[in-house]
Write a protein that binds this ligand. Structure first.
Ligand code: NAD
Length: 534
C-alpha cells in the first residue's frame, strides 16, 4: 500500500480547499509507525457541515489492517513498558509543546470537519492539551505503595503496571480533546494503543498522532484504525486488547461496555447527558443569563456537558424576555467566520433529529419562545444550521425532555409549587426540593448546576443532587485533569473514570509484592497453617 508521507499541514490545506479537489484526500491508518493508505474499497465521506463539501474520505479499515494495528501495538509493548518512565514523560513534554505550536492548524481542521467556531475549536484542543500536561507527571501519578515489616522481616509493596494493548473509541463532538483524554494517559503509563476516531471527523486524531511521532513516540505505540460498527466490534472482541475507553452515545456505549466486558476487558464508557441547571430567584441576574446562554448554545449544544435544561424556581416569567433577547443576539455562522458564536450541527440527519424533537415539544404543549429551525446563513445556505431555540413549559413526560437533543435547544421547566408568590417566599426550601427531585429523576447524571447567592441552598444542592459533576454558579463544571471526569448514572458505565488518578488506575493493573529478606529460622519445621503476621 501507498505510504502516506502525510504532514498535518498538507492534510489541513487539502481539507480547506477540497472544493477544488475532485479526489479528496484519503485518511490513512497508522500502523506500526507508518501512515498507510487503507486497501479497503469502502470509504465514508468526511463532510464540512457548514458547506457540505467533502473534506476527506475515511476508510472502513479492513480486518487484516486492524489485526496488523493490534499486532504492531502488541509487538511494541515489551520495549515500551521497559522504557524509563522519565523518557515516556519527556515525550509528553515534547508533545504538549508541539500541540501548542500547531494549535491553529488543529483548530482549523476541527472547524472544517466538525463545524464548531475556531475559538471553540481552540478550547477543544486546549482541554486535551491539559491532559497531556498532566501526563508529564506520570512518575508521581503511577507511584506504588510500600509498607515495611508487615510481619517480621517481611515487606509488602504494590506496583502499578501497564495492561498491554488498550483501545479508544471516540465521538464526533470533541475531535481533539477526547483522543487526548485517552492515549496520552494510556501510553505514558506504559501501554500501547489502538485509536478509533469518529468517522465524522478523524483529521485531528491523525494530526495529533503525527505530533506524537514527532515528539518521539516509538513506532507501534500509537496506532489508528477507522470505521464504524464492525471495527468497534472487532476491538471489543480482540483477545490482545486489554482495555477499552469509549466516549459517545448510550446505544453504542452500553453495547461496547457489555461486549468488551464479556471478553474480560476493562471498559470505561462515557455516554449521553441531559444536564440541568436550577436557577434560584436570588441568583445574580446578569451572570446567570450569560452562563445559561453560553452553556446552552455554545458548540451548537453539541457538548456532553452542554446545559440543555433549566429549572426556574419561582417561575420563568422574570427571566424569559432577557433570556430570549440574549439568545437571539447570538450570531449563527460558519465556524471559520470571525463573528460566529455557534456553527452548524454535525450532519443533515442531526439537524432533522433536532428539528423533529423541537416539534414534538411544541406539539405536546411546550411554548416555543424562540425557534431557530428556519435560519438561513448567507453564503452557507447548504450548512446544517439551527439557531438558538428555547422551549418553555416543558414537562418530564415530553419526548424532547426524555431524549438527548444534542443541539442548540434549551428546555425550560418551572417550579412554582405554591399558587401564591408570598407563600413561595415563606418556604423556598420546598421549591428547591422539588427542583432537585426533577433533576434526580432524570436518568442521566453527567452534570448539574445551581445558580444562587445562598450558600445554604448551594450546599443542599451539592449534597442531594445525583449528578457526577456539580457546578455552583458554574454552568459547565468539567473538572481539570488533576481531578477526573466523573459523570454518573446513565452517563457512565465502568468503575474508573477518565483522566486524573482514576484514569491512571484504569490504565494500570496493581501488582502487590510480599518479600522476605531475613535469615530463615531453622528447625521450625513445616507449618501448614495459614500464615499470619508474626
Ligand atoms: P456515537 O455513539 O454515535 O459514536 C461514538 C463512536 O461509537 C464512534 O466512533 C462510532 O463510530 C461508534 N459507534 C456508533 N454507533 C455504534 C454502534 N451501534 N456500535 C458500535 N459502534 C458504534 O456518538 P456521537 O454521535 O459521535 O457523539 C455524541 C454522543 O456522545 C452524545 O450522546 C454525547 O452526550 C456523548 N458524549 C459524551 C461525553 C461524555 O464524556 N460523557 C463526551 C462527549 C460526547
Amino acid at each position: 500500500p501507498q505510504i502516506f508521507a502525510l504532514r498535518y499541514s498538507a492534510f489541513s490545506t487539502a481539507a480547506e480547499s477540497s472544493k477544488t479537489h475532485p479526489n479528496p484526500p484519503r485518511v490513512p491508518n497508522l500502523v506500526g509507525g507508518s501512515f498507510v493508505d487503507s486497501r479497503s474499497s469502502a470509504f465514508i465521506d468526511v463532510v464540512n457541515p457548514a458547506t457540505q463539501e467533502v473534506v476527506s474520505q475515511v476508510p472502513l479499515t479492513t480486518n487484516e489492517e486492524f489485526k496488523a494495528a493490534v499486532s504492531a501495538a502488541k509487538q511494541a509493548f515489551p520495549s515500551w513498558r521497559n522504557t524509563p518512565i522519565t523518557t515516556r514523560q519527556r515525550i509528553m513534554f515534547k508533545l504538549q509543546e508541539l500541540i501548542r505550536r500547531d494549535i491553529d492548524k488543529l483548530a482549523l481542521n476541527i472547524t472544517t470537519e466538525q463545524g464548531k467556531t475556531l475559538k471553540d475549536a481552540h478550547g477543544d484542543v486546549f482541554r486535551g492539551l491539559e491532559v497531556v500536561e498532566h501526563a508529564c507527571g506520570m512518575a508521581t501519578l503511577q507511584m506504588g505503595e510500600y509498607v515495611s515489616n508487615v510481619s517480621k522481616g517481611i515487606d509488602t509493596y504494590s506496583l502499578r503496571e501497564p495492561l498491554g494493548v488498550c483501545a479508544g473509541i471516540c465521538p464526533f463532538n470533541f475531535p481533539a480533546m477526547i483522543p487526548l483524554w485517552m492515549f496520552p494517559v494510556a501510553v505514558t503509563c506504559g501501554n500501547t494503543f489502538v485509536l478509533k476516531p469518529s468517522e465524522k471527523d478523524p483529521g485531528a486524531s491523525i494530526m495529533l498522532a503525527e505530533l506524537a511521532m514527532e515528539a518521539g513516540l516509538p513506532k507501534g505505540v500509537l496506532n489508528i484504525v477507522h470505521g464504524t460498527n464492525d471495527i468497534v466490534n472487532a476491538i471489543c472482541d480482540d483477545e490482545d486488547i486489554k482495555a477499552v475507553s469509549f466516549v459517545g452515545s448510550n446505544t453504542a456505549g452500553m453495547h461496547i461496555y457489555s461486549r468488551a466486558a464479556a471478553k474480560g476487558k476493562r471498559v470505561q464508557s462515557n455516554m449521553g447527558a441531559k444536564n440541568h441547571a436550577i436557577v434560584m430567584p436570588d441568583a445574580s441576574e446578569d451572570a446567570t443569563l450569560n452562563a445559561i446562554v453560553a452553556a446552552g448554545f455554545g458548540a451548537a449544544g453539541q457538548r456532553c456537558m452542554a446545559l440543555s435544561t433549566v429549572v426556574f424556581v419561582g417561575g420563568i416569567k422574570s427571566w424569559e424576555d432577557k433570556l430570549v433577547e440574549r439568545a437571539k443576539a447570538l450570531k449563527v455562522n460558519a465556524g471559520t467566520e470571525p463573528d460566529a458564536d455557534l456553527g452548524p450541527v454535525i450532519s443533515k440527519q442531526a439537524k432533522e433529529r433536532i428539528s423533529r424533537l423541537i416539534q414534538t415539544g411544541a406539539d405536546s404543549g411546550a411554548r416555543l419562545l424562540l425557534d431557530g429551525r428556519n435560519i438561513v446563513v448567507p453564503g452557507y445556505e447548504q450548512g446544517n444550521f439551527i439557531g438558538p431555540t428555547i422551549l418553555s413549559n416543558v414537562t418530564a413526560d415530553m419526548e424532547c425532555y426524555k431524549e438527548e437533543i444534542f443541539g442548540p435547544v434549551l428546555l425550560c421547566l418551572e417550579v412554582c409549587l405554591l399558587p401564591l408568590p408570598w407563600l413561595y417566599a415563606a418556604n423556598p426550601a420546598d421549591s428547591l426540593e422539588e427542583a432537585i427531585n426533577i433533576v434526580n429523576k432524570n436518568k442521566y447524571g453527567n452534570g448539574a448546576s445551581i445558580f444562587t447567592t445562598s450558600g445554604v441552598t448551594a450546599r443542599k444542592f451539592q449534597t442531594e443532587i445525583e449528578a457526577g459533576q456539580v457546578g455552583i454558579n458554574v454552568p459547565i463544571p468539567v473538572p481539570l485533569p488533576f481531578f477526573s471526569f466523573t459523570g454518573s448514572k446513565a452517563s457512565f458505565a465502568g468503575d474508573l473514570n477518565f483522566y486524573g488518578k482514576a484514569g491512571v488506575n484504569f490504565f494500570t493493573q496493581i501488582k502487590t509484592v510480599t518479600q522476605q529478606w531475613k535469615d530463615l529460622p531453622g528447625g521450625g519445621g513445616v507449618n501448614l497453617a495459614m500464615p499470619t503476621s508474626q
